[in-house]
Design a protein around this ligand. Structure first.
Ligand SMILES: Cc1cc2nc3c(=O)[nH]c(=O)nc-3n(C[C@H](O)[C@H](O)[C@H](O)COP(=O)(O)OP(=O)(O)OC[C@H]3O[C@@H](n4cnc5c(N)ncnc54)[C@H](O)[C@@H]3O)c2cc1C
Length: 464
């Protein structure tokens, strides 16, 4: 096969890589992207999108089931509903296909050449791609590494048989009768909750003493309450030790005793690790930052002409961080003056209820030595929340005590993920409490809790 020469070579077509390639194409750079699987990476194929589709279906099913049982919205009467996971999977796969085909179309539109296959670096300017029709050599002036991440495995619980990762969980033909989830981070809780709503008997095993250990207790309490109400058993301080007899998970519980949890599926969600092996990193002289590829504020690695974006470069391993880095790197290569100066990378747990955070929590701000003012507004005092049967949750705001500069916003509650845009905008625009409080928010919406939280921090909330 004839060698290819290009200006920009992107390895990996996840959110980091495909956005970099689209932007490079828009800027007129001769660009090639290599992908071993399907465009869209983890996020579109086996991550953000299919998991949210499953969560949505599970929420709808539970809602309808509870309506049929007379537990929800007064006045609605229904027959007992049923659920077909394989039909739901077809619907979810349809969404994934639409999006991945969309990405392929966008790359084509910007005249980006896509090469399908696994890329291995020969040196800092050359990769060899193993394609279906033989090896393809590609040479480039600039290289963007966007190889992403993969699930962490536990040595005592290798994937296979009943032990599955989120990827297999999203492709199950029927909900497992008994599902044990190892790890109470956001992926484990999102999927565990969805399967419980679809009828599985769910047990969660977490080694630390709390769920969602990266979030503070005020934010996680409503989620813990909901897990309890849904009938999900949560074992904290408990360590998964392996499978017993192939049909049960062996667990060392918090008091040191041994327990066996029978399981039709054991979903291991103990984190993700950057994909830094298997593509010839050893041929390059890349500095590392722990397990990640080290980058500077321009996403430059320690090798001239080689950039890295997305999960392979560090936390938070989130799609929107990868996309923002990808866009920036393409513009830098095209000669624009850009640097990573983001004030916040919002994070959402699509748990029940949802948690959204942007910027600093009160704890983080105090740990950074800042004197702060903080206040929160509960959804119990919000009209829209009442009309949509949202009971629990709040919006919290953190600001500097001296000049009221907003440092962070957090919320927990049904549907609060959509508040993340206001939170990020407030932080990026350098808003003060008074700016947030003075912005008119439409009534009746959950978003009214944002200015109310600011007013409360200033000492004069109106509706509480
Ligand atoms: C179940 C689940 C739910 C998630 N939910 C969310 C969410 O709600 N919001 C959010 O922001 N994030 C979420 N994430 C995380 C999100 O998916 C990742 O942060 C995001 O996909 C990272 O993008 P990336 O471009 O860095 O890498 P990836 O999306 O991992 O893409 C990397 C791509 O590179 C390809 N590749 C790697 N090496 C090579 C090679 N040598 N040759 C050719 N191709 C190669 C891989 O096949 C892959 O397609 C979720 C993840 C999971 C697993």
């Amino acid at each position: 096969m004839k060698d290819i020469s290009c200006t920009v070579l992107v390895v990996g077509a996840g959110p980091g890589g495909y956005v970099a390639a689209i932007r490079a194409g828009q800027l007129g750079l001769d660009t090639v992207i290599v992908e071993a699987k399907r465009p869209g990476g983890t996020c579109l194929n086996v991550g953000c999108i299919p998991s949210k589709a499953l969560i949505h279906a599970a929420d709808e099913f539970l809602k309808i089931r509870e309506m049929a049982q007379g537990k929800r919205t007064p006045g609605i009467r229904l027959e007992t509903p049923s659920f077909d996971l394989s039909a739901c999977r077809d619907w979810k796969d349809g969404i994934v296909n639409r999006l991945t085909n969309g990405v392929a179309g966008l790359l084509k539109k910007e005249r980006v050449k896509t090469v399908e296959g696994w890329a291995t670096f020969r040196d800092g300017k050359t990769v060899e791609v193993t394609t279906a029709t033989g090896p393809q050599v590609i040479r480039a002036e600039h290289v963007i590494i966007a190889t992403g991440s993969e699930p962490v495995t536990l040595p005592s619980l290798p994937f296979g048989g009943r032990v599955i990762s989120s990827t297999e969980a999203l492709a199950l033909p029927t909900p497992p009768e008994r599902l044990v989830v190892v790890g109470a981070g956001y992926i484990g809780l999102e999927l565990g909750t969805a399967f419980r709503k679809l009828g599985s008997d769910v047990t969660i095993v977490e080694a630390t003493d709390r769920i969602l250990p990266l979030y503070d207790a005020d934010l996680t309490r409503p989620v813990a309450n909901r897990l309890h109400d849904l009938g999900i058993a949560v074992h904290l301080g408990a360590k998964a030790r392996g499978m017993a007899g192939g049909e049960a998970l062996l667990v060392e519980t918090a008091d040191g005793s041994e327990a066996r949890f029978p399981a039709d599926a054991v979903l291991v969600t103990v984190g993700r690790r950057p994909l830094t092996e298997g593509w010839g990193r050893e041929e390059l002289a890349l500095d590392m930052d722990g397990q990640f590829i080290a980058i500077d504020e321009h996403c430059r690695t320690s090798m001239r002409g080689i950039y890295a974006v997305g999960d392979v470069t560090g936390e938070p391993m989130l799609a929107h961080r990868a996309m923002a880095q990808g866009e920036m790197v393409a513009e830098i290569i095209a000669g624009e003056k850009r640097a990573w100066d983001k004030v916040s990378i919002p994070a959402v747990c699509f748990t029940d209820p949802e948690i959204v955070t942007a910027g600093l929590s009160p704890e983080q701000a105090r740990a950074a030595g800042l004197e702060i003012k903080t206040g929160q507004f509960p959804f119990q005092a919000n009209g829209r929340a009442m009309t949509t049967e949202i009971e629990e949750g709040f919006v919290r705001i953190v600001a500097r005590a001296d000049n009221h500069l907003v440092l962070g916003l957090q919320a927990v509650g049904t549907g609060v993920s959509e508040l993340s845009s206001s939170f990020s905008l407030a932080l990026e625009m350098g808003c003060r409490l008074e700016d947030v409080a003075a912005t008119i928010h439409a009534h009746p919406t959950l978003s009214e809790a944002i200015p109310e939280a600011a007013l409360r921090t200033l000492g004069h909330a109106l509706h509480i």
